[in-house]
Design a protein around this ligand. Structure first.
Ligand SMILES: Nc1nc2c(ncn2[C@@H]2O[C@H](COP(=O)(O)OP(=O)(O)OP(=O)(O)O)[C@@H](O)[C@H]2O)c(=O)[nH]1
Ligand SMILES: [Mg+2]
Length: 294
């Protein structure tokens, strides 16, 4: 019997809920989320395998599309267009509580140019009025994409209807990953992202954009505990103080939250060795971006 499979690229402007939707569709946390725009900085693949008949959805969460102001921003936009061109289906996410703006129109026109079959998702219906949702659907409807589905990614509402739209469009294809497999992100990347997520939760305004986390080799010790050495990089000396906090308060708050989540994942005691270093203007310097793996 033939199976069906496909790559489904999740696109939209920053902060509309792409990563939250990715996690909800996959049923596992594969991508970090935050209240700050431009949280996601890599394409994150999350896999959902269904049986009877056998089919596999490879969701590709992407960074929010925006007009780039840094070398990093330019690389991220390129990354989005690259994943879009390799996708079978695009999922275009809109925020029901926000007017459709230039950011959404930019995404829409890129999707139209790409010719990829697109399903539009109007997200955050849990905090939008019925009128807002109806108006958003009507306005987005003018773009003439393949289907329109209102959802709440956060509360897993409307996902059945969305899955049925996606399922009916999934082409024939091989099972790329084994059953039970949800993510192909390397362990060290996942750990860095988790630490960054805790920082995003506690930092305000522009600073989150300046933070990047690098995890070195994770070691399992003889007694079964796990040692995780990680470095938080910021762009300027002045940011170092904020990331460390008064008497190290921020560092220990973030470290504790990250360690607790790591212990759940590794199912053992973890020692998180968290350090802070300045990597001057890393977002703007091509060689820093190369070294940091962007
Ligand atoms: N109320 C509500 N909040 C949501 C919903 N989906 C996402 N959010 C919130 O919206 C914010 C942004 O969510 P993300 O999933 O990080 O958004 P994103 O589109 O991946 O953002 P970038 O990676 O920055 O492009 C977070 O605070 C989420 O909790 C939803 O359905 N309802
Ligand atoms: Mg995201």
């Amino acid at each position: 019997m033939t199976s069906r499979s496909g790559f489904l690229c999740i696109v939209g402007r920053p902060n509309v809920g792409k990563s939250t939707l990715t996690n909800a569709l996959v049923g596992e946390k594969v991508a970090i989320t935050s209240k700050h725009p431009q949280t996601t900085r890599n394409t994150i693949r999350g896999v959902l395998t269904l049986t009877e008949p056998s089919r596999q959805f490879v969701f590709v969460d992407t960074p929010g599309l925006h007009r780039p102001r840094t070398a990093l921003g330019k690389r991220l936009n390129k990354l989005i267009y690259g994943s879009l061109s390799e996708s079978d289906i695009a999922i275009f996410v809109l925020d029901a509580t926000q007017q459709i703006g230039p950011g959404d129109r930019l995404v829409a026109s890129r999707l139209q140019e790409s010719g990829v079959e697109t399903v539009v998702v109007v997200n955050k219906i849990d905090i939008a009025s019925q009128t807002q949702v109806a108006e958003q659907l009507a306005k987005a409807g003018l773009w003439d994409f393949s289907a329109y589905v209102p959802v709440s990614a956060l509360h897993a509402a409307g996902l059945k209807a969305l899955m049925s739209e996606l399922d009916s469009r999934l082409p024939e294809g091989p099972m790329y990953f084994p059953t039970g497999f949800h993510s192909d992100q390397p362990e060290r990347f996942m750990v860095s992202e988790l630490i960054r997520e805790k920082y995003l939760k506690h930092l305000r305004e522009e600073l989150p954009h300046s933070v990047v986390v690098v995890t070195d080799e994770i070691k399992t010790r003889e007694n079964g505990t796990v040692y995780v050495p990680a470095t938080v990089l910021v762009e300027r000396e002045s940011q170092k103080g904020i990331v460390i906090g008064k008497d190290g308060a921020m560092l220990s708050l973030v470290g504790k939250a990250a360690r607790e989540e790591l212990e759940k994942i590794f199912s053992t005691e973890c020692f998180l060795d968290l350090r802070v270093r300045v990597e001057k203007d890393w977002q703007r310097r091509e060689e820093s971006l190369d070294r940091l793996g962007f």
